[in-house]
Design a protein around this ligand. Structure first.
Ligand code: TYD
Length: 192
C-alpha cells in the first residue's frame, strides 16, 4: 500500500508520518517512509532553488517541475516495493498543487505512482505562514492560499481523506489513524 501525505508547508506531515509509522509497526505492519524532495543530487539542487527569491516565477517554476519529476523518477522502484506499506511525505500531487502549467506537469508525471490512499492535512494558511521559517520563497500567504485551493480540488481525483490539521498533534494523529484503519482492516473504534 502506498499512502501519501500532502498539505501546505507547516501542516505537520513529517510529525504525523512518524506517529503513523510507529502505530502501524505496533500493529505488525512493515513500513518504509519516503520524503520528497529526496536527499539525492537532484533533491539537493531543488532545495537550493527553493530559496531563490524568484522561485515562484514562471520559468523557475517550470524548472522546478522538471527537477521534481526527475527526483521522483529516482525513487520509482522504492515506491513500487509491495512487501511494505510505503508512506510518503509528498508526491507528484505536490507538483500539481505548487507548479504550473497543470497540463504540462501532468505530462511530466505521467509515470509517477498514484497513491492508494491520499491524506490531505488541511491547515489554515495563516497558521502555515506562522509555523514555517519563511526560508523558502513558497512560504508566503498569497502563494500558499492558491496551493491550498489547488489541493482541495486535486484530492477529488484520488481515494482520499481530508484531515483537519488545525487541531493539536494528538487529535490530528488519532484522526489519521481512524481514517487509515478501514483501509488496513484495523478496527477504527479501537483507536483512542
Ligand atoms: P517540504 O516538505 O516543505 O520540505 P521542508 O520540510 O524541508 O521545508 O518541501 C519543500 C517545498 O517543496 C515545499 O514548499 C513544497 C515544495 N514542492 C513543490 O513545489 N513541488 C513538489 O513536487 C514537491 C515534492 C515539493
Amino acid at each position: 500500500m502506498y499512502i501519501v501525505f500532502e498539505g501546505i508547508d507547516g501542516a505537520g506531515k513529517s510529525t504525523q508520518i512518524k506517529l503513523l509509522k510507529q502505530w502501524l509497526e505496533d500493529n505488525g505492519f512493515r513500513v518504509e517512509t519516503i520524503v520528497e524532495p529526496t536527499d539525492s543530487e537532484v533533491g539537493k539542487l531543488i532545495r537550493q532553488i527553493l530559496q531563490r527569491p524568484d522561485a515562484t516565477e514562471n520559468n523557475v517554476q517550470k524548472t522546478l517541475g522538471l527537477l521534481f519529476a526527475a527526483d521522483r523518477m529516482l525513487i520509482m522502484d522504492k515506491l513500487n516495493d509491495k512487501s511494505k506499506i510505503i508512506i510518503s511525505d509528498r508526491s507528484f500531487i505536490s507538483s500539481l498543487a505548487y507548479q504550473k502549467p497543470t497540463e504540462w506537469i501532468s505530462i511530466l508525471n505521467k509515470y509517477a505512482k498514484k497513491p492508494d490512499l491520499l491524506l490531505l492535512l488541511d491547515l489554515d494558511v495563516k497558521k502555515s505562514v506562522a509555523r514555517t521559517s519563511g526560508q523558502d520563497t513558497f512560504e508566503n500567504e498569497e502563494f500558499l492560499t492558491q496551493v491550498k485551493e489547488n489541493y482541495l480540488k486535486l484530492v477529488e481525483n484520488y481515494t482520499h481523506e481530508i484531515i483537519d490539521a488545525n487541531n493539536g498533534k494528538n487529535k490530528v494523529s488519532s484522526d489519521i489513524k481512524k481514517a487509515v484503519a478501514p483501509y488496513l482492516g484495523i478496527c477504527p473504534d479501537c483507536i483512542p
